[in-house]
Write a protein that binds this ligand. Structure first.
Ligand SMILES: [Ca+2]
Ligand SMILES: [Ca+2]
Ligand SMILES: [Ca+2]
Length: 171
């Protein structure tokens, strides 16, 4: 009783603040109260695609962060870690298949790998998701194959040569 009375008073007060046109609303305080309900912030968005601009492993230029014309193993590892953190949208330290699929476009920068193939070759403990250490083992093994002469850099010629098949990890 008192709360609906308060709502009616609130409606009248709001009408007083606005410039007329409130006569109908005075007879319907419940409608007025619902109209003044605060807008509820939307819930956390579901897992969606990685932003199109987020491609830390897109190509030679993206990987050669210091622009010295070669990809150091640390540069490759940093980019791989950045990509992991980007795809780990749930921030739980694991990449599940749903996250891998959401990040598929950015992951495909790694020699066109698909989420399913990535799990098949990098999920060493076969639990259906990639930890950071599983991911980095995969990324480092891939770097090792690209660095054909073993000098710890992938130079332009090594990068431009046909990339070897992605390495199996663990197993
Ligand atoms: Ca470099
Ligand atoms: Ca795993
Ligand atoms: Ca090399």
């Amino acid at each position: 009783m008192s709360s609906s009375r308060a709502a009616a008073l609130l409606a009248i007060a709001l009408c007083a603040l606005s410039l007329g046109g409130c006569k109908q609303k005075q007879t319907g305080p419940d409608v007025a109260a619902s109209e003044t309900a605060p807008v509820v912030a939307p819930a956390m968005p579901p897992v969606t695609a990685v932003p199109r601009s987020a491609h830390p492993m897109a190509d030679f230029a993206a990987l050669d962060r210091d622009h010295d014309g070669r990809i150091a193993s640390a540069e490759h590892a940093q980019a791989a870690q950045a990509l992991f953190e980007m795809v780990d949208m749930q921030h739980d330290g694991n990449l599940g298949l749903d996250e891998l699929k959401a990040g598929a476009a950015a992951l495909a920068d790694i020699d066109g790998v698909t989420p399913e193939r990535l799990l098949a070759i990098a999920d060493a403990d076969h639990d259906g998701k990639l930890t950071l250490s599983e991911w980095m083992a995969f990324a480092n093994a891939r770097f090792g194959l690209l660095d054909r002469n073993g000098d710890n850099f992938v130079d332009r010629a090594e990068w431009d040569a046909p990339h070897p098949p992605l390495p199996p990890v663990g197993g």
